[in-house]
Write a protein that binds this ligand. Structure first.
Ligand code: SF4
Length: 166
C-alpha cells in the first residue's frame, strides 16, 4: 500500500538551532536532526517560554518549590533570579505547546533537558538541578504525550560541551 506518512513531533526549538534560550543562544543538536530524518519524523519547532510571552534574552528562572506538578496544581511558582513571578507565562507556554500538539496530531515530543520548561529527567527548582520534568513537559505528559529528553549540542564542532545551563 502507500508509504507511511511522516510523523510530526514537537521539538524544543533551541535544539533545532533557534536562538531562543534565556541567554540568546541555541542548543542546536545535529544528531537529533539526523535521528528525526532517519525515523521519518517531521519536527514542529516550539519554544514554550517565547510562546508564553517571554522575551529573548530573558532572566533565568526556576520553579520555586517541589517541582513542575506543584506549579501545575497552583502550589508553587516560577520566579526569575531577581524574584519576578513569571508563572503565568510558563503556564501559557505549556498550554500553547499542547495546543500545537493537538493542532498537528502530535503524540511525541523531544525536549531539552534541564530547562524549567522543557526538561524531562531533570529541571531546576530553587536554583538547583533536580530530578523531574519541567512545566511544559509535565503538562504534555499529563495529556498523554510521550516526551523524550535530549541533551542538546551533540556533534557540535564550534560549541563548548560544558553546557550546564538550559
Ligand atoms: S529549552 Fe525550551 S523553553 Fe528553553 S529555549 Fe529551548 S525550547 Fe525554549
Amino acid at each position: 500500500m502507500s508509504a507511511e506518512r511522516p510523523e510530526p513531533v514537537l521539538v524544543s526549538a533551541c535544539l533545532l538551532g533557534r536562538a531562543c534560550r534565556y541567554d540568546g543562544r541555541d542548543n542546536a543538536d545535529h544528531e537529533l536532526t539526523a535521528e528525526l530524518a532517519r525515523r521519518g519524523q517531521v519536527a514542529v519547532p516550539f519554544c514554550p517560554e517565547e510562546a508564553g510571552g517571554l522575551a529573548t534574552p530573558r532572566p533565568p528562572a526556576w520553579i520555586t518549590a517541589e517541582g513542575a506538578a506543584a506549579v501545575l496544581d497552583g502550589k508553587a511558582a516560577v520566579r526569575t533570579e531577581k524574584g519576578a513571578d513569571v508563572t503565568a507565562a510558563f503556564l501559557a507556554g505549556a498550554r500553547a505547546a499542547l495546543d500545537t500538539c493537538n493542532a498537528h496530531g502530535i503524540r511525541r515530543a523531544y525536549a531539552k533537558e534541564r530547562s524549567p520548561s522543557c526538561g524531562v529527567a531533570n529541571t531546576h527548582v530553587g536554583g538547583q538541578l533536580v530530578d523531574g520534568p519541567g512545566i511544559t513537559t509535565a503538562f504534555l505528559q499529563r495529556a498523554g504525550i510521550e516526551v523524550k529528553g535530549v541533551e542538546g549540542r551533540r556533534n557540535q564542532s564550534s560549541s563548548s560541551s560544558s553546557d550546564s545551563a538550559r
